[in-house]
Design a protein around this ligand. Sequence first.
Ligand code: GDP
Length: 298
Amino acid sequence: MFDTLSDRLSATFKSLRGKGRLSEADIDATAREIRIALLEADVALPVVRAFIKQVKERAGGAEVSQALNPAQQVIKIVNEELIGILGGETRRLRFAKQPPTVIMLAGLQGSGKTTLAGKLGRWLKSQGHTPLLVACDLQRPNAVNQLTVVAERAEVGVYAPEPGNGVGDPVKVAKDSVEHARAKQYDIVIVDTAGRLGIDQELMQQAADIRDAVSPDEILFVVDAMIGQDAVNTAEAFRDGVGFDGVVLSKLDGDARGGAALSVAHVTGRQIMFASNGEQLDDFDAFHPDRMASRILG
Ligand code: GDP
């Protein structure tokens, strides 16, 4: 992911190299190239506009005209603006003062929530926590099983309705799981919720009911980086319907352009906190805007 964007941006910067001074025409041409690169990478239009405006303003100003190496200075500006679009500082998980910390996962079906529950559980376990995964996706027939398997592989606890009893009440399961965590000394509860293939009112309501029942410390919206502009629309729908505190990008190992997913933070005002880049439990890490910007700029 992001290879095409990287290639296009580095070609743009190459054409600036060796220039002693940048004329207004140089800056315009560079801004145009960057704009095309971002649009081709599927970055959402409002994000592209905001980005180009900033880059143009700064590139046309004193920080570049007085620089010893204008090309380097433009790269620096693009880097800084990219970090800004990606959310600026790294945001870490917020833990409850009184355990258990409740983390709720929301997103469309297939976005990677269940897989993420395992990855996050394992990651938190490696940091000394004792996570409990909770199966509140009672809609998809195999979801409870899948979460149980994921929890076993991640070697973390799981709380699920008994097999065959899968038509239960996800709100009750969520509530009970917090009690269970308290009794069994799990310090983190990760609630996997149901998702549909498209945005759906009933699903939103169910997620909102679970939210109200367990008052999560963090609601993480999981978004598949492969779904293009739908990532932005879905994020807005979940922000308005359920609300969320942070974003998890999944499937960053795919060969899609990925720009839409990168737009989610800017469009929703919520930071990307984690990124998933594969089907294995270890294909996962905290998201650092500066590292991602460096990766994109090559
Ligand atoms: P859910 O419906 O939101 O719970 O989604 P799942 O966790 O079941 O994931 C849907 C599919 O995407 C599964 O086949 C996962 O193995 C796969 N998947 C999840 N995360 C990633 C990822 O980061 N990269 C890749 N390539 N596949 C993933």
